[in-house]
Each structure stands twice: as structure tokens, then as C-alpha cells.
Unconditional design. Structure first.
Length: 369
């Protein structure tokens, strides 16, 4: 129940460098069944008592990365509507789930009202856990896990949410924060006439101190700073300090799988997306040459469509989405063996697949609903 196998999964680079492997933790099935029961009870308690911060979007029912992205974009547009710029700080935490201090987590659970047998159960769940590394049917000797929430577990992500639930209160109400598990994004509204960064640096200093107290490490080299400005406003450098070093501005950054650019015109995201969809369309074509229409259609929805529709609520209105629609038509033609110049206007209706534009409208309607 408390023993995990860690299997290293190769990412890229040299196979001699351990840093190029991602550790995958495999837990017993029985443990996951038990955790699911406990998680349902914990979520029910936290939801009924409204304990989770409203700006936490990770691992919570009815909330998604799209919700987090919409909230982030809303904060930026609110600044623009008030003739302000929006300064975004996108924090990168190093191995956050592995750094959870058990005693601190227990104190926080007590603070939120988890007491008696329920608390003892969580203490037991976290204590005396062991793990071993398995490579090519060979195992290392087991070692005790003294810190962190169990990787690959059902309950672990929720416990991490509890661990960082008080973080937004450190930042304060004057600034905006969006959390998705350990992804932390801050938006500061700045006057275009008085570019003062004292308040920004003070908030960042409080943030760094909170991370230190809670045994979490903010990676300064991977933390990004971006100033969101309207197209007619010139980009100026900032004076944002993190751990004594000035954070340089970036033109683009990836947040929750979406590439953000400083003017929110979405060209960098669409460029990257088109590259991925080109490969996906080719895969659909190759599979169709080997299998049936039904199988190729299944691959289209599970591969091409899932990539195309991710985050479309944010970027679907952009001016240069035509390339995405071209790639969608390429994939559809491959499935149904249609000629390159053959019109697809009626075909989309016949095969019951939404065009890119229709998918964007559908996502908007569903989100508002």
C-alpha cells in the first residue's frame, strides 16, 4: 500500500545523464482505490466549506486549464481597459510536489478543520512510505520517503493544493494571481505614466519568502517576466528584481500549454500549433492508408482534434487562424480520400465534424452556458 516503484522514462539527450530521465512512480492498484475514497470525502468537505481559494484551478472538479487561461486573460484586458499595462510574472517551482514538508502540511490540514481520525489517516498515509528504482527488471534497495506527496497518486495532488492554498493571501488583493497546481502566474497592473516597480518587487519578495518558509524553491532562471501591452504601445524595459537579480523581459512564454505573446495577438502560439497539427495531419494520412475510415476518424479526434481544440477559447478569434483551418481540411481529406481542390463545405455537415470556426463558437457557447 505504501511502496512505489520508480521507473525512469527517457526524455532526450544523452542516456548517460540521469537528468534526461523522468521518474515515473507506479503505485499499487489497491492503494489508488483507497485514495479515491479518501479524496472524495476530502473534496466534499473542502467544497462544502468553501475552503479552496477561488483562483486555484488545478485538480478541482469543474475547473480546467481553459478556466485558468480565461481568468488570466481577463486580468490583462481589465488592465488595458483602464489604460494600464499588465506585468505578468510566471513562476517556475523546482520539483514542487517532492518538496512538501509533511509537518507543515499537517498543520495546514488542521487549520482547515481536518481533525481526529481523518487527520490520523493522512498522517499514516504520508509516513513510512518507501520507494525503489526498477530498471531492466533490476531493482535498487528500497529507501524511505521523508518528504513530498506521493507521485502518481490520486490523493497527492489534492494535498499539494491544500499546501499552497494560503499563497494567494500573501500576494494580497491589489494584484491578481492564477494557480493551476504548482503553476503560479501573477498579473500586476501598472500605470503607463508612472512606471514604479516598488510594489511589484515588494510582492515578489513576499512570494519568495513564502516559498522559502514552505520549503519550496522558486527557480529564478526559469521564472519569466512579460509586459502585456496593446499593439500601439511601445515595450519598455522593467526593473523587476528576483533574488537580487533583475528579471529580463521575454516576448513570449508558455503558460499551461498556451504560448502567450506580449500583445496577445497569438501568432507565436498559432505558429507552434500549426507545426504540431501538420505532423498530426500526416499521421492521420498514414494511418488511413493502412486502416479503415472509422479508425482514421478515431485517430483524428483523439490526436488532431484534441490538439487543435485545446485552448481555442483563448486564441480562436486571432487573425491568422487560416493556416489551422487549412491543416484541418488536409486531415479531413486524408480520412475520406478527397481530392486537394475538392470543396469541403458540405462534407463537414455530412461527416458531423465542426470546422475550426464552428468549434470556436461551440466552445464559447459551452463556456458561457
Amino acid at each position: 500500500m505504501k511502496h512505489s516503484k520508480v521507473i525512469p522514462l527517457f526524455k532526450s539527450g544523452s542516456t548517460l545523464d540521469p537528468a534526461n530521465f523522468r521518474p515515473i512512480s507506479v503505485l499499487p492498484t489497491l492503494s489508488k482505490i483507497f485514495e479515491k475514497i479518501v479524496l472524495d470525502q476530502m473534496l466534499n468537505f473542502f467544497n462544502i466549506n468553501n475552503l479552496l481559494h477561488k483562483n486555484q484551478f488545478g485538480f478541482t472538479r469543474g475547473r480546467s486549464t481553459t478556466d485558468a487561461g480565461v481568468e488570466l486573460i481577463k486580468y490583462i484586458f481589465n488592465a488595458w481597459e483602464n489604460s494600464q499595462d499588465a506585468l505578468g510574472i510566471f513562476c517556475d517551482l523546482s520539483k514542487a510536489f517532492d518538496c512538501v514538508h509533511h509537518e507543515t502540511l499537517i498543520r495546514k490540514l488542521q487549520h482547515y478543520g481536518v481533525r481526529s481520525d481523518a487527520l490520523k489517516l493522512i498522517i499514516s498515509y504520508l509516513s513510512k512510505r518507501t520507494q525503489k528504482v526498477v530498471i531492466n527488471n533490476m531493482s535498487s534497495s528500497g529507501s524511505m520517503v521523508q518528504m513530498g506527496v506521493p507521485q502518481g497518486s490520486i490523493l497527492g495532488p489534492f494535498l499539494f493544493l491544500v499546501y499552497i492554498n494560503d499563497l494567494p493571501y500573501i500576494v494580497g488583493d491589489n494584484h491578481d494571481i492564477v494557480l493551476f497546481a504548482d503553476d503560479t502566474s501573477l498579473i500586476f497592473k501598472l500605470s503607463r505614466q508612472l512606471l514604479k516597480y516598488d510594489e511589484v518587487n515588494n510582492a515578489i519578495s513576499k512570494l519568495v519568502n513564502w516559498f522559502d518558509v514552505n520549503n519550496l524553491h522558486l527557480n529564478g532562471t526559469k521564472t519569466k517576466c512579460m509586459k502585456f501591452v496593446t499593439p500601439n504601445v511601445k515595450q519598455l524595459n522593467t526593473n523587476v528584481i528576483l533574488n537580487g537579480e533583475k528579471l529580463s523581459l521575454v516576448d513570449t512564454t508558455i503558460c499551461l500549454g498556451i504560448t502567450l505573446d506580449a500583445k496577445l495577438q497569438w501568432s507565436p502560439h498559432i505558429s507552434k500549433l500549426s507545426s504540431r497539427l501538420s505532423s498530426a495531419a500526416y499521421a492521420v494520412k498514414k494511418i488511413r492508408s493502412l486502416t479503415s475510415v472509422e479508425t482514421a476518424r478515431l485517430v483524428y479526434f483523439s490526436y488532431f482534434h484534441s490538439i487543435m481544440s485545446y485552448g481555442i477559447l483563448l486564441w480562436g478569434h486571432a487573425a491568422d487562424t487560416e493556416i489551422i483551418f487549412v491543416l484541418q481540411k488536409r486531415a479531413i481529406r486524408a480520412i475520406y480520400d478527397l481530392k486537394p481542390k475538392e470543396s469541403l463545405r458540405q462534407k463537414f455537415k455530412e461527416i458531423n465534424i465542426l470546422t475550426l470556426a464552428s468549434q470556436y463558437i461551440y466552445e464559447n457557447v459551452m463556456y458561457v452556458h
